[in-house]
Design a protein around this ligand. Structure first.
Ligand code: ATP
Ligand code: MG
Length: 252
């Protein structure tokens, strides 16, 4: 395995099967409908911003996509299958969700080495991902001494270990400074240029606008917009204006 494995060999272009296919996906917690009949699909080579207010259902949707929560209804497929049915999920899908589970006493490098071992990934890949996220200089420090942004990078490094075709990131820009956000944006773009796919949730609209091809906006579990960025903002409105209009609160 190498960092430069061409994505064209990993996703059959003839099949045109969407990388992500979500159909009537629903999640209820008692009375609360966290995700409400969500349907969308993502093609290979796209970067999609997944936007919505606090509690809109973004994390819940991503958790169902990754097999971490069971849908109440509908289905969420990656590469045509449910996540747990993939042969080598770590090599196909890399994910960073809200809570990173790091052992604070362990160094960043050791954390990645343990993950690589568990996933049967070559140890040399650890150095590659440390370099990719620009964490080489801090790899020997304990995670408890890391800043929020460094933890985000470590989470991303872990997600990249398996050299995945799909990256699913929940609020990856949280805690990053402007240089870090700029770096992340470029990283996501170059990741997708080879035909790989990114689904990224974010609150930072301005930052997202510069990194994504298309956006999906959800509000109270329902999809309220899904379009190419240039279509959404083609009327002269900024993404922020469109977002605020579509997610206007009932109470207001
Ligand atoms: N395990 C759970 N049990 C009960 N309710 C839950 C659970 N997980 C999420 N919820 C509820 O589902 C709704 C959607 O939550 P979710 O975390 O998906 O939102 P989000 O869009 O990720 O929000 P944020 O932007 O704040 O991260 C919220 O009302 C939340 O309280
Ligand atoms: Mg969330």
């Amino acid at each position: 395995m190498s960092a430069t494995r061409p994505a064209a060999t990993t996703t059959d272009p003839l099949s045109r099967e969407p990388v992500v296919k979500v159909t009537s996906l629903t999640k209820r917690y008692g009375e609360l409908v966290a995700v409400d009949d969500l349907t969308f699909s993502l093609e290979a080579g796209t970067v999609t911003g997944f936007l919505g207010p606090n509690g809109a259902g973004k994390t819940t949707t991503l958790r169902m996509l990754l097999g971490l929560a069971e849908p109440t209804g509908g289905e969420a497929l990656v590469f045509g299958r449910r996540y747990h049915e993939l042969d080598e999920p770590a090599r196909r899908v890399g994910a960073v969700l809200e809570s990173n589970d790091f052992d604070p006493g362990r160094s960043g490098g050791d954390h990645l080495r343990a993950l690589a071992l568990a996933a049967e990934i070559q140890q040399s890949r650890v150095d590659e991902v440390l370099e990719l996220v620009e964490l080489v200089a801090s790899a020997r420090r304990r995670v408890k001494t890391y800043s929020l942004g460094m933890r985000q990078r470590l989470g991303l490094a872990a997600a990249l270990l398996g050299d995945p075709e799909l990256l699913v990131l929940d609020e990856p820009a949280n805690g990053l400074d402007p240089v870090g956000v700029h770096w992340l944006r470029n990283f996501l773009r170059s990741f997708a240029e080879g035909g790989r796919t990114v689904l990224v949730s974010s609150h930072l609209l301005a930052e997202v606008a510069q990194a994504v091809d298309q956006v999906m906006i959800i509000d109270r579990g329902r999809l309220v917009a899904a379009a190419r960025l240039d279509e959404l903002t083609g009327t002269g409105q900024t993404l922020e204006e469109v977002y605020l209009e579509l997610t206007a609160r009932r109470a207001s």
